[in-house]
Design a protein around this ligand. Structure first.
Ligand SMILES: *[C@@H]1O[C@H](CO)[C@@H](O)[C@H](O)[C@H]1NC(C)=O
Length: 214
C-alpha cells in the first residue's frame, strides 16, 4: 500500500517536472549567445565573468509604439534581453494598448502567463482545447490579475477610450509566441489557399484576401 502511494507520488512529481523548463543545477547560467554548444537553451558563460548587467534590463517604463494595424505593442523581457534568465524558467513583458487596441489571439508554447492590468481596462479571454472550445473571458480593471494557461489560445483588448497597459509574467525564459493569424495566413511559404478554404469552410478568393493582409 505504502509503495503504491510512493509510486503515485513519484509519477505526479515526474509529470510536473517534465511539463516545465528543467531546473537549473547551478546558481545561474548566464546565456552565452555565441557559445558553440547546442543545448536546450543557451550555453553558460563562465560564472566568474557574470556581471550585474547580465541580470538587468532598463526601459519597461517606456510605452511601446501602438501605431500599427492591431493597436498594441508587446515589449518582451526574456532571455534575449536578460541573458541571466537562461535556465531559470521565468520572464516578463509589457503590453501597451491604444484605445480599443487588440493583442490578437496567440499561444505561448512553453509558458503559462499571469497578467496584471496597471492602466486602463482590458477584455481578456482564452479558449479551452477540443472538443469543448469553451471561451473563458473577463473584463479586467486596473489592478486585476488574470491567468492564461500554457499553450491555450488567448487574447486581450483595450476596453476603453484611453491607453491601457499590462505587465505579464511568463513561466519560461523563452516562452515563444504563435500568433494564430500570422501562423495560418502568413506562413512562408504560404499554406495552399484551397486547403485553407476547406479548413475555414470558405472560398479561395476570401483566403487570398486574408493572406494578402499577412
Ligand atoms: C510609431 O510607429 C509608426 C509606424 O511604424 C511610426 O510612423 C512612428 O514614427 C512611430 N512613433 C514613434 C514615437 O516612434
Amino acid at each position: 500500500m505504502a509503495s503504491h502511494l510512493l509510486f503515485l507520488v513519484l509519477i505526479s512529481i515526474c509529470s510536473i517536472a517534465l511539463a516545465s523548463d528543467p531546473s537549473p543545477l547551478q546558481d545561474f547560467c548566464v546565456a552565452d549567445p555565441n557559445g558553440p554548444v547546442q543545448v536546450n537553451g543557451f550555453a553558460c558563460k563562465d560564472p566568474k565573468l557574470a556581471q550585474a548587467t547580465d541580470f538587468f534590463f532598463s526601459g519597461l517604463h517606456l510605452p511601446g509604439n501602438t501605431s500599427n494595424p492591431v493597436g498594441s505593442k508587446v515589449t518582451p523581457v526574456n532571455v534575449a534581453q536578460i541573458p541571466g534568465l537562461n535556465t531559470l524558467g521565468i520572464s516578463m513583458a509589457r503590453i501597451d494598448f491604444a484605445p480599443w487596441g487588440v493583442n490578437p489571439p496567440h499561444t505561448h508554447p512553453r509558458a503559462t502567463e499571469i497578467l496584471t492590468v496597471v492602466e486602463g481596462s482590458l477584455e481578456v479571454g482564452f479558449v479551452t482545447s477540443n472538443p469543448d472550445n469553451r471561451l473563458i473571458t473577463k473584463l479586467l480593471q486596473k489592478g486585476d490579475v488574470f491567468v492564461f494557461p500554457v499553450n491555450l489560445v488567448h487574447f486581450q483588448r483595450n476596453a476603453g477610450y484611453g491607453n491601457a497597459v499590462a505587465i505579464a509574467a511568463l513561466s519560461s525564459q523563452n516562452p515563444g509566441v504563435i500568433t494564430i493569424s500570422n501562423a495560418v495566413f502568413g506562413s512562408n511559404p504560404a499554406i495552399a489557399n484551397d486547403l485553407l478554404a476547406k479548413s475555414f469552410q470558405t472560398d479561395t478568393k476570401t483566403i487570398d484576401w486574408i493572406q494578402s493582409k499577412f
